[in-house]
Design a protein around this ligand. Structure first.
Ligand code: THG
Length: 244
């Protein structure tokens, strides 16, 4: 499984502060810790508190690239922040993410092509988060169709069903797992699947247990990639064992 480390995210207090104070050492240690524990790529997210995400993401990318050439996943809902990050990335980039909305697809698919980047497509639109499997699949098909039309290689597309916290969306968990499998049959070649794993355990008491059980189940449904905390050794052991 392709592992994207989630820890360089301004949502975390230490990272948010390091971005504000331009403290390279904290970011670089966080990058190296995640690589040491098994990350194949690193998510880079300025966080909701960043006042100038367009310049903050460039600083983050440049800071991380001083210590590693692993691929970086530029995590922002704003296409101009993603493009800004792409301008300074030296190695393989992952765009995290587009939605199924035409105004996003028409900007981000061409950017992914231009920079030879992988692309994460969220099965969400301006109408909101889908409430059932059919709505998720319909949005997934919209994203796949747009990529095909625009000549983007489907092997480089990762579809994300949007994992919701189990304590507020328990009834949707089965649908989320099942669409991971069904994404595969949308087209030939198949798109890949990815989840933002830690979403599932937000607000629960024993987060790491919830994370690793859900990941294990998702692997059984054919999950290809996950954004997660690779420094959680039990979680990484579960991922490896589930794949086995
Ligand atoms: N899909 C895609 N990208 C994503 C997500 C997704 N990027 C962001 C997020 N979801 C994945 N990354 C995280 C990172 C942290 C947490 C959850 C998901 C998290 N953080 C603690 C919390 O909110 O409780 C913060 C704790 C702290 O402040 O120290 O849970 O779904 N494509």
């Amino acid at each position: 499984m392709f592992i994207i480390g989630e820890l360089i995210n301004g949502m975390y207090k230490n990272i948010g502060q390091a971005i504000k104070e331009k403290d390279k050492a904290i970011i670089q240690k966080c990058a190296l810790d995640q690589i040491k524990t098994g990350a194949d790529a690193l998510d880079v997210n300025c966080g909701p508190a960043s006042r100038q995400p367009v310049s903050d993401i460039q600083w983050l990318v440049q800071t991380i690239q001083e210590v590693t050439d692993k691929p970086l996943a530029l995590d922002s809902s704003k296409p101009q922040v993603i493009e800004s990050g792409l301008q300074v990335i030296k190695n393989k980039a992952i765009i995290n993410s587009t939605t199924a909305d035409p105004e996003k697809l028409d900007v981000l698919v061409p950017l992914a092509k231009k920079y030879n980047a992988k692309l994460i497509g969220l099965t969400i639109s301006t109408k909101g988060i889908p409430q059932n499997k059919d709505q998720r699949l319909e949005l997934a098909a919209t994203i796949v169709a747009s990529c095909i039309e625009q000549g983007f290689p489907i092997e480089d597309l990762y579809l994300d069903p949007i994992v919701l916290p189990v304590n507020v969306a328990q009834s949707q968990m089965k649908d989320i797992l099942e669409v991971i499998h069904e994404f595969k049959i949308i087209s030939e070649p198949s798109p890949k699947s990815i989840v933002g794993l830690s979403n599932v355990s937000q607000g629960t008491c024993v987060r790491s247990l919830v994370n690793r059980i859900f990941l294990t189940m998702a692997v059984a449904f054919g999950l290809d990639a996950a954004i997660l905390d690779p420094t959680d050794k039990d979680l990484m052991d579960a991922a490896i064992t589930a794949e086995l």
